[in-house]
Design a binder for this molecule. Structure first.
Ligand code: SER
Length: 692
């Protein structure tokens, strides 16, 4: 049975048993707690939690998954055994409050033994120690005594969220193989392979580890397609199955080296990494230096290193991508649809790294003879990282072959020192403020609800690069106060303008409030002499503040509309929110059509017309996450976060200022949509009077 056959048999079986068949969701989850879709259940989390309605009570699909970072991470195992992948396909069937344990186990068993005709005697089952019911069901349905395990038979996608006990089915690959039964000390030996996991999703776990019942009892099953292929094709190694053989044949054609026992890990790694990189970019990931973009960049660079080990120089995955499209494009049409874009992005990455890889290897080869006790100094690994772009795990992977490791503590020390240096190098007044010392953080808690008569004390005045005690009319200054109503530029939102007053008199015209760390700096021109120690009233320009608030809430609506009209992979990459105008950068692989632009604009305007309430709330980060609030990857959030919710269309973590009803925005108009970098588009939009 080929991969195509297996997908068909699986989906047909569940269709015949009343399941609705749906296509795979994106690898980029709509879930800030995860970098990638790590399991088939990820797209259904909101349904399990009772926050969304299922399209059908029973569903089945084949889901694209990546496990290469975070709680579920198989990256380091790939290539060295035949069972691990960063990208894989998960066959799954779901019951949303419909059938539960008995039918789930009955169908799994029926499909494995009656349809696929696997030998029942070679299947071993496990259940959770607490799960008497599932254990009894196995006895009744299959005459099997389940092995009772604890940790291995409890499943959750992340530290919080839906979870439950599970029952696993393992296949005995042959008595002559090493390895013991599941749960035994040598369970990883290779003889027993997990082929299916039925999870009984009935609990929600909160941040403190407490379990509460989900609204309904659900079933989430997951089976690794690659493992099924190996079992059904009688192969001990997933990479010996048809799909991987074809991808490795394509690699052989390009690197012009035959496969043998020694170079097999490189072939396996390249085939695996081709799938992870190709599928992720087709779903909208752009290689970068943060979060999932960095995971993909690292994987791509590891693949290049293995190309080099096979004697190949230069582009590799970009050359191989058409083979992936050929192999999997019929099942996943997005691969072909995005082909030009994906190849271009991979090629750019490969070009940028090719020379660095060679020079870096030269440096490393020169250092190796000096290595003592098989530990490479962290400073060398850091130089490879800093000068040649070697991710730490690439260096570690190279050394693994030589039984060497990296002094990671020293590497991290070098990293911290470099960050400090670059901070000190930053030009501009920010550095002067940050290095001034003795200034307390500005209390800017008034920024969301400015107070009419705020008695603030002038703490410092900066003029022409120097701190002074007094400033005269006409001086351009920056002023720090102990407290303020001003919002200092941050998170893409331009800071407030306004005045510092004493009584009715304007003392300083403030053109923009900025920030240096936790100090709000009021930038502007002095109107009437001002001294350190004066008491002033910081008054913001309320009209401009409302224009900025309109633009900010409109930005959230824009993002929600883009995700609806284009796809949920669209991710914010940067923004600038100014009075009545918005610049919004997002990940997307091509130009938007005129029709899409109109749809997005119409959608935003329909939400404005609906005059939905906009809630501004503070809550614990875990609560925000469980509400599914969108967050920016790469941003660090504290324990308490601010969540802005516009009707039922948008929920985002955000520290900015916003309107209270979408109707206040009045109108939105998209002015322009263009490319700013490969895979990144920019929309400029006007709102309010400007749009009118
Ligand atoms: N969520 C479970 C797993 O990933 C079953 O789908 O194993």
């Amino acid at each position: 049975m080929t991969y195509d056959d297996i997908r068909k048999v699986f989906l047909n079986y569940f269709e015949q048993h009343g399941h609705k068949i749906v296509p795979s969701a994106s690898l980029i989850p709509n879930d800030p707690t995860l970098l990638f879709t790590v399991a088939g259940m990820v797209p259904w989390k909101e349904i399990f939690l009772g926050h969304a309605q299922p399209i059908a009570p029973r569903v089945a699909d084949v889901q694209k998954c990546i496990r290469a970072g975070g709680k579920h991470n198989d990256l380091d195992e790939v290539g060295f055994d035949g069972r691990h992948h960063t990208f894989f396909e998960m066959l799954g069937n779901w019951s949303f409050g419909d059938y539960f344990k008995e039918q789930a186990i009955t169908m799994s068993w029926d499909l494995l033994t009656n349809v696929l005709k696997l030998d029942p005697n070679r299947i071993v089952v496990t259940t959770h120690v607490s799960d008497e019911e599932a254990t009894a069901l196995w006895k009744k349905i299959a005459g099997k005594d389940a092995i009772r395990l604890d940790k291995d038979n409890w499943w959750s996608a992340g530290d919080v969220g839906p979870c439950g006990p599970c029952t696993e089915m393992h296949y005995d690959m042959g008595a002559d193989l090493p390895g013991g039964l599941p749960g035994s000390p040598d369970e990883d030996g290779g003889r027993y392979v997990e082929i299916w996991n039925d999870v009984f999703m009935q609990y929600n776990r909160d941040a403190n580890g407490n379990l509460t019942n989900l609204p309904k009892c659900n079933v989430d099953t997951g089976a690794g397609l690659e493992r099924w292929a190996s079992v059904l094709q009688g192969k001990l190694d997933n990479y010996d199955t048809d799909l991987f053989q074809h991808l490795m044949d394509a690699t052989t054609d390009i690197v012009k080296v035959k496969r043998n026992g020694d170079n097999m890990p490189s072939f396996k790694i390249i085939a695996d990494h081709l799938r992870a990189v190709g599928f992720a970019i087709a779903d909208g990931v752009i290689p970068s230096n943060t979060d999932r973009g960095y995971v993909i960049r690292r994987i791509l660079r590891r693949a290049m290193r293995h190309g080099q080990l096979l004697g190949h120089r230069g582009a590799l995955l970009s050359e191989l991508y058409p083979a992936l499209v050929h192999e999997m494009g019929a099942t996943y049409p997005e691969l072909a649809r995005q082909e030009k874009h994906v190849v271009e992005i991979i090629r750019n990455e490969e070009n940028a790294f090719a020379d660095m890889l060679q020079s870096g290897m030269k440096l490393l080869d020169g250092e190796l003879p000096k290595v003592q006790n098989n530990v490479l100094p962290g400073a060398v690994a850091f130089k490879l990282f800093d000068t040649y772009g070697f991710p730490l795990d690439l260096t570690q992977m190279i050394l693994r072959d030589k039984n060497m490791t990296v002094d990671v503590a020293e590497f991290e020390k070098c990293m911290t020192e470099q960050k400090e240096r670059s901070r000190a190098d930053t030009k501009g007044t920010r550095v002067l403020w940050e290095s001034r010392g003795e200034l307390p953080d500005t209390n800017d808690s008034f920024k969301y609800a400015p107070v009419a008569d705020l008695n603030a004390t002038v703490l410092a005045i900066l003029r022409d690069g120097e701190f002074v005690e007094t400033a005269k009319p006409g001086d351009n200054v920056e002023i720090a106060l102990d407290k303020t109503n001003f919002y200092g530029t941050q998170g893409g939102q331009v800071g407030d303008s306004g005045e510092l007053r004493i009584g009715e008199n304007t003392i300083v015209n403030v053109t923009e409030a900025a920030r240096a760390g936790n100090i709000v700096i009021h930038k502007g021109t002095v109107v009437s002499e001002i001294h350190v120690g004066d008491t002033v009233n910081p008054v913001i320009n309320a009209a401009i503040r409302s224009q900025t608030a309109r633009a900010h809430t409109a930005t959230h609506l824009l993002q929600a509309a883009l995700r609806k009209v284009l796809n949920t992979d669209v991710e914010q990459r940067g923004s600038r929110v100014a009075p009545d105008s918005v610049r919004f950068d997002f990940s997307f692989g091509r130009a938007m059509t005129e029709e899409e632009k109109t749809q997005v604009e119409d959608l935003v305007n329909s939400w404005i017309a609906a005059d939905m309430p906009v809630a501004h709330e503070e809550m614990k980060i875990d609560e925000a996450k469980s509400r599914g609030a969108m967050a920016l990857f790469g941003e660090k959030y504290g324990d308490i976060v601010r969540v802005i919710t516009a009707g039922d269309v948008s929920c985002e973590l955000c520290g900015g200022t916003h309107v209270y009803h979408t109707g206040e925005i009045m109108r939105a108009h998209i002015n322009k949509e263009k490319s700013v970098a490969s895979g990144i588009r920019r929309i400029t939009m006007s709102v309010g009077n400007l749009a009118e």
